[in-house]
Ligand binder design. Structure first.
Ligand SMILES: *[C@@H]1O[C@H](CO)[C@@H](O)[C@H](O)[C@H]1NC(C)=O
Ligand SMILES: *[C@@H]1O[C@H](CO)[C@@H](O)[C@H](O)[C@H]1NC(C)=O
Length: 403
């Protein structure tokens, strides 16, 4: 701001003199003789003119910001000036079938509504066939009156939309998020694996363009055969903790956590979202006892990668596992965890760095939104609604949004 006022003044103060010297000055004043001296404009008056001009510009900018829905973006948030890839116009051989779960806090009514209207409404069945549920736990407000009101409102919401997976047994607290993720997969796997392609879970603050997702799958990952092969797709981080199922589901202790051991580094999908092939989902759900699913926030997404890694690594004698000082008494010792399944499962992991990312300046995997951003994490409700309406993306859906 300071610079804005200083810059022009410094540059334009000698204007009266300049005017006489620059050849172009004569074109502004064609009738005046070249050598004629203009009466000097007093610098103070000039200053006022410049300040007024700058204020007018600022006012205009602010007005535009308020008036156009697209103007809620900051510099670098979105960039559609690059070349639009051709595959964005391509159709897909057959629609991909996704069973989608959205991890949602019980009292996020407004966000769920924005999600329905901005993301789910109007997805083309030629690209994606979606069955979905918002996954909510049992509200636990300290004030039981609020609690009751939230529960009542959730029931009404579900009567209206029939799209909530209400987990009455799981408290809606961060420590139980991993149990929500597990329950979400259980819902997915309630139909046979040959009836769908992907079990997808995403956060309620992630925006996904499902048509683009289908196009990216066809264009880049044609060999991923989700009904017959174990595949995990998302944006990957790295970790090296593995879990053994030691906590019973009916524990009262929210902070109880499955036994943690250390192994080798593996990829896990960040909470932005992840897609497990139906084959992998069915494999995971076939384990008995169930895979460990009491993993405290914020490692609830690490859990997914730990399962996939353990399905292979627990069978591999060359991978060394040991206890940790954080979770076991010293000394550190080598352990031999019991495999989840009698056979080893080798999962193909797809790290989609271009398609899946955090919003600019919001998290470790931030990127500018562009043509190929399929799933963007950490978007506000207003941003979701505005993004859907943008000219560059609105044709991803069959209809314009109803808001
Ligand atoms: C691709 O789609 C865009 C947007 O729908 C359209 O403007 C453009 O003309 C299409 N390009 C081709 C080559 O079909
Ligand atoms: C998953 O695919 C593998 C082959 O890639 C197959 O052996 C296995 O039976 C399949 N599992 C399920 C549950 O469909």
């Amino acid at each position: 701001m300071f610079k804005l006022f200083n810059g022009p003044r410094g540059r334009y103060d000698p204007l009266p003199v300049d005017l006489e010297r620059t050849p172009s000055a004569s074109t502004y004043y064609p009738n005046q003789h070249k050598n004629r001296r203009f009466p000097a404009i007093p610098p103070r008056a000039l200053r006022h003119v410049i300040i007024a001009f700058v204020l007018l510009c600022l006012g205009w900018l602010l007005f535009r910001r308020g008036a156009l829905p697209g103007m809620i973006w900051g510099p670098g948030d979105i960039d559609f000036t690059t070349l639009r890839p051709d595959y964005l116009n391509a159709s897909v051989d057959r629609p991909i079938v996704i069973r989608l779960t959205i991890i949602s806090r019980a009292d996020e009514f407004e966000r769920r509504q924005a999600f329905r209207e901005a993301i789910l409404d109007g997805v083309s069945e030629n690209y994606v066939q979606l069955a979905y549920r918002f996954v909510v736990g049992r509200p636990v407000e300290p004030d039981s009156k609020t609690d009751h009101a939230v529960l009542q409102a959730i029931r009404e919401e579900n009567n209206k939309y029939d799209d909530l997976l209400m987990l009455e047994d799981i408290k809606d607290v961060p420590a139980r998020l991993s149990e929500k993720r597990y329950a979400a997969l259980k819902w997915t796997a309630s139909v046979p694996e040959y009836e769908y392609d992907w079990a997808m879970t995403m956060d309620s603050d992630t925006f996904c363009r499902f048509r683009l997702l289908a196009q990216r799958l066809q264009y880049f990952y044609l060999t991923a055969n989700p009904r017959e092969k174990p595949v995990l797709l998302g944006r990957m981080g790295g970790h090296l903790v593995y879990f053994e199922n030691t906590v019973p589901d009916d524990t009262e202790d929210d902070n109880a956590e499955d036994h943690i051991i250390k192994g080798q580094w593996y990829s896990y999908p960040l909470g932005i979202g992840y897609m497990l092939s139906s084959n992998l989902t069915a494999t995971i759900m076939s384990a008995n006892p169930p895979l460990p699913h009491h993993v405290n926030y914020p490692s609830d997404d690490v859990m997914i990668g730990a399962w996939v890694a353990a399905l292979k690594d627990f069978h591999d004698p060359s991978v060394k596992f040991e206890t940790t000082l954080d979770h076991d008494d010293p000394p550190v010792r080598q352990v031999h965890p019991r495999p989840y399944l009698p056979y080893s499962v080798d999962t193909t992991i797809i790290d989609d760095k271009v398609g899946w990312h955090d919003f600019k300046n919001r998290g470790g995997f931030e990127q500018t939104i562009g043509w190929e951003s399929a799933c963007v994490h950490r978007m506000s409700i207003e941003e979701m609604r505005a993004f859907r309406k943008m000219d560059e993306v609105k044709n991803d859906w069959e209809t314009l949004p109803h808001y």
